[in-house]
Ligand binder design. Structure first.
Ligand code: CTP
Length: 396
């Protein structure tokens, strides 16, 4: 539980995105945080305080005048590890930027010296307005961190516009990163590859594999929340990518090789969770091949082996995956040596709940020095955390 023992005050202001704040409270609690909710009068028009009280088991605070002592806002400003504002409306940003203290939430923000994480949500024109942009700039210069707003359908209609509050999972990841203990990950660059690659037979037909990218995406998010700078090099996938990581989309194995090589110079760790296609057609037709009856033959050639081709910076921790069918321990051990890796994560494509396109994985982590560690069946995010624990030990 990354937020165990942490005290979070969630400030909720009056926008339709309030309904998502209820889910955010649940996720913060599940992660081990103690959560107190402070609402503006506008927020209470959208969601009743009772909802937050039922979720947190604590009284919602809304007024400067109703607490049993006059300095409640000072205590609330000083004690929490983090104040999250979600949603933060244009009006809340304006009042905070001006230093107003006309209700409990703005008063405690004025007294706050510790971290504030702000998730704006508003109409796109209000967000784009120079006044709002100036307020955000002012608050960022004072040390506030921002997550979102994102582009998507707003309350007024389905067209894509910027102003949507980030999803609870995204806000939670940003909170985890802000509260990550200072350690080995800050200032480190981690390169992660994810997903399949595609090799074209013609413009509409490809050779690929069923990898979804889920394991690599989970690794990239876990490394980002630990405090690292993360570059995610990802083949074709429909899954959403974590907002904090720098994503580079690629299609073929050769594209992936180029993209990885381009960022290896500054890398402290490379985690090759992708399943690059091993073969490509010797010739790719420039236009669609007409359907022909009977058999056709396609000549294939091997794609480059990315891991063995890379120039590695000194001290870069190298992690490969080995997807095998049946007893793969010996083959994975061989890959550890042949590809000169620090770790190989072995998973069995035939094992239920492991391998491609499922939410869980069952892996064994083989190490350059030391005995293999077999993990139970776990959600991919938990597998990612265990892999990063191993990488953390190896970072010099
Ligand atoms: N890999 C790579 N370049 C490729 C294919 C795979 O760098 N062209 C990486 C994968 O990302 C993984 C590791 O090599 O981290 C092992 O991949 P895997 O598919 O298990 O093995 P292969 O090297 O392709 O060998 P084989 O298919 O014979 O098992």
């Amino acid at each position: 539980m990354p937020l165990a023992g942490r005290h979070v005050v969630l400030g909720v202001s009056g926008g339709i995105a309030c309904y998502k704040s209820c889910m955010l409270v649940r996720r913060l609690l599940e992660d081990g945080a103690t959560v107190e909710v402070v609402m503006t009068a506008g927020a209470a028009e959208f969601v009743r305080p009772l909802t937050f009280e039922a979720l947190t088991g604590r009284k919602v605070l809304a007024s400067l005048w109703e607490r049993d002592h006059a300095l409640a806002h000072i205590g609330l400003a000083k004690t929490p590890d983090l104040i999250i504002l979600a949603p933060a409306t244009a009006q809340l940003l304006a009042r905070a930027a001006q230093g107003q203290a006309d209700d409990l939430l703005t008063a405690l923000l004025l007294a706050r010296t510790g971290p504030v994480l702000c998730a704006p949500a508003m109409n796109d024109a209000m967000y784009a307005h120079p006044a709002t942009q100036a307020n955000i700039k002012t608050l960022a210069q004072r040390g506030w961190r921002f997550v979102g707003p994102e582009t998507g359908p707003l309350a007024e209609g389905p067209s894509e516009r910027q102003g949507r509050m980030s999803e609870p999972e995204t806000i939670l990841a940003a909170a985890q990163r802000l509260l990550a203990p200072a350690g080995r990950w800050q200032g480190r660059t981690v390169v992660v590859t994810a997903g399949p690659t595609r090799e074209h037979l013609d413009p509409v037909r490809v050779i690929t594999n069923p990898s979804s990218g889920r394991m690599g995406i989970a690794l990239s998010e876990a490394a980002w929340t630990r405090g690292a700078e993360v570059i995610l090099i990802v083949g074709p996938t429909d899954l959403p990518l974590p907002s904090g990581v720098k994503a580079v989309r690629v299609e073929t194995t050769a594209d992936m090789q180029r993209a990885v090589q381009a960022v290896m110079k500054g890398a402290d760790a490379l985690i090759m969770a992708a399943a690059p296609a091993d073969y490509r057609p010797l010739e790719s037709a420039p236009t669609k091949r007409p359907r022909a009856n009977g058999r056709i033959s396609v000549q294939l050639e091997a794609t480059p082996d990315i891991l063995t081709s890379l120039k590695r910076p000194k001290g870069c921790v190298m992690v490969g995956f080995a997807l095998e069918t049946g007893d793969g321990l010996a083959k994975a051990q061989q890959k550890l040596q042949d590809k000169r890796l620090d770790f190989v994560v072995l998973n069995d494509a035939l094992e239920p709940g492991a391998g491609f396109a499922v939410a869980t994985n069952k892996v064994t982590i083989l190490r350059k020095d030391g005995a293999p560690v077999e993990l139970p069946l776990l959600p991919k995010r938990d597998v990612a955390e265990r892999i990063l624990d191993a990488v953390e030990q190896a970072l010099t």
